[in-house]
Ligand binder design. Structure first.
Ligand SMILES: [Zn+2]
Length: 103
């Protein structure tokens, strides 16, 4: 079976979370680098990222699931915030500041 990297997780926690999501859809995944950070000890943040691999036969399906996952993640992060430039309150539905256009 050929495996392809479909996602690079920030850390082992997120990687295992995604592995769990994929399992719900009957997709088995492999994690690359998951045990590395534990074995080596303290590493730069980059080195703690975990690649998630799935079989090529599940590639299309997995990408769709991950796209939905990332969309949900982005939606949750959006809240009302204050503009870093002019300090106006920007509602979560706006990508840019309605007042000055700063992102
Ligand atoms: Zn602004």
């Amino acid at each position: 079976m050929n495996y392809t990297i479909v996602y690079r997780a920030e850390n082992s926690y997120e990687a295992n979370f995604i592995k769990g999501i994929l399992r719900v859809y009957s997709i088995e995944s492999k994690l690359l680098g998951d045990n590395l950070s534990i074995a080596v000890g303290e590493l730069p943040v980059d080195a703690m990222q975990v690649d998630i691999l799935v079989e090529n036969t599940n590639l299309v399906k997995t990408k769709k699931i991950l796209r939905d996952y990332k969309n949900n993640l982005t939606n949750k992060k959006l809240k009302d915030r204050n503009c870093i430039n002019c300090n106006e309150l920007i509602p979560s539905s706006f990508e840019k500041c309605w007042n000055c256009g700063t992102q």
